[in-house]
Write a protein that binds this ligand. Structure first.
Ligand code: ATP
Length: 445
């Protein structure tokens, strides 16, 4: 994992937030390559969920919502972790932290940070929602929360979307947006952070058909993830047992990935029954039932949810693409060397191709610039004329760039360039005028 974190910083994927001030705990910033990678993942999700489906509409709800939303959703009462404080060193831990010896609140309870015995408090419930104040007065009546999930913005807009889009049940609403959780044991890079992005879709169905739709969406989501190029053997399902199920859930499965730190969830598919709309109906006093005009019956729709983290999915994609390989030296020396390469699916790669003049003379930089200017109208491409060609290839390997285009001595004779494949290292000659089509063909999928 340290290797990936250091590559992410070196190449400009992910930086620690406010790093020059020592960083802010479990908050991360996406650099020039990271923002492209995450955007490509989100766009792919949006395309498959919203554009390719006539039964799903998109939404972008605000982060700040009416405080009653979080009472109705159960977050005010139930979105908590049991925590203990050390009265001596003031550190705070989850009560189930395996590093705690003895029983918190008892004389034998030992602080894992300072080692003092008997200074840990008994567990207390700690709400994970970030609080802030709305308006000029910092008083209890002005408290609002930073949303801990995007789903509630969808439920409270269910009627608006239904009426304006003229959809009929079954139909879905999809949204990508930021969420905030004051996690107590965050960590593992961008796996668990305090500010993160979710890609959530809530599918509203007739009661009784929820089981079938649940299975449908389970299969769809796994297909989507596999199509990101993730190795199948690194993916598995985990069904929530009775004690794990969230307060709203009838049934729930996580899709887990084998991260360098073990198997962990990065997407959940949940059968939420009619909990959400019923609760918002009760708390808002507004009718949220649905009139089925074919049978002339009314019902509160059930919800099947697919809930993915954009950051965790980005981490899955990065972990899965990271390889270290022994390859032949590409500057012509007769030796092998170790390279780090991100074998990203070309469609997800931040940079699609890099353009290199072999040497900075004989007109090669001019041709290189022309090729670069031509390509960047269509693709995110990069121009690099610094260092040996082998070094330039290695830098792009670490960025996951699928193609390296080199202008060499032959280019001025027959207007062809070499195109090097990141994974096979094979080079083919392509007419410089045919590069746009070549890239279009080889980047799709
Ligand atoms: P966990 O148990 O790992 O905290 P969760 O079960 O609370 O996750 P959900 O509430 O189901 O997660 O959220 C759906 C998805 O949102 C998760 O699968 C994950 O990808 C993402 N997510 C949740 N919390 C975080 C976080 N703190 N940092 C990054 N992503 C998160």
């Amino acid at each position: 994992m340290e290797k990936l974190v250091s590559l992410a910083k070196r190449r400009g994927f992910v930086f620690q937030s406010s790093e020059i001030y020592g960083g802010l705990g479990s908050v991360w910033d996406y650099g020039p390559l990271g923002v492209e990678l995450k955007k490509n993942i989100k766009e792919r999700w949006w395309r498959s969920m919203v554009h390719e489906r006539e039964d799903i509409e998109g939404l972008d709800a605000a982060i700040l919502m009416h405080p009653k939303v979080w009472e109705a959703s159960g977050h005010v009462a139930g979105f908590t972790d049991p925590l203990v404080d050390c009265k001596h060193c003031k550190n705070r831990f989850r009560a189930d932290d395996p590093k705690i010896k003895g029983t918190p609140g008892q004389p034998d309870g030992q602080c894992p940070a300072c080692g003092t015995k008997g200074t840990l408090t008994a567990p207390r419930q700690f709400n994970l929602m970030f609080k802030t104040f709305m308006g000029p007065v910092e008083e209890d009546a002005a408290v609002i929360f930073m949303r801990p999930e995007t789903a509630q913005g969808i439920y409270v807009n269910y009627l608006n979307v239904l009426q304006s889009s003229r959809q009929k049940v079954p139909f879905g609403i999809a949204q990508i947006g930021k969420a905030f959780r004051n996690e107590i044991t965050p960590g593992n890079f961008i796996f668990r952070t305090r500010e993160f992005e979710q890609m959530e879709m809530q599918y509203f169905v007739k009661p009784g058909s929820d089981g079938e739709w649940f299975e449908f969406w389970r299969a769809e989501r796994m297909k989507w993830i596999e199509a990101l190029g993730i190795r199948k053997e690194k993916l598995r399902w985990h069904q929530h047992g009775k004690t794990e199920l969230a307060h709203y859930a009838k049934d729930a499965y996580d899709i887990e990935y084998e991260f360098p730190f073990g198997w962990n969830e990065f997407e959940g598919i949940h059968n939420r029954g009619d909990f959400d709309l019923s609760r918002h109906q009760e708390y808002s006093g507004k009718k949220l039932d649905y009139l089925d005009t074919t049978t002339n019956t009314r019902f509160v729709p059930n919800v099947v949810e697919t809930s993915a983290g954009a950051d965790r999915t980005t981490l899955v994609v990065l972990c899965d693409a990271y390889r270290e390989e022994a390859v032949k030296n590409e500057d012509g020396a007769d030796k092998e060397e170790l390279r780090v390469v991100l074998k990203l699916k070309p469609e997800l790669a931040p940079i699609k191709a890099a353009v290199f003049p072999l040497v900075n003379k004989d007109g090669m930089p001019d041709v290189g610039r022309r090729v670069y200017d031509d390509l960047r109208k269509r693709f995110n491409v990069f121009y690099d004329d610094g260092g040996s060609i082998g070094r330039r290839y290695r830098r792009q390997d670490e960025a996951g760039t699928p193609f390296g285009i080199t202008i060499d001595g032959q280019t001025s004779q027959d207007q062809t360039v070499t195109v090097r494949d990141r994974d096979t290292l094979k080079q083919v000659r392509v007419g410089s005028g045919a590069l746009v089509d070549y890239l279009k063909d080889h980047l799709a999928g």
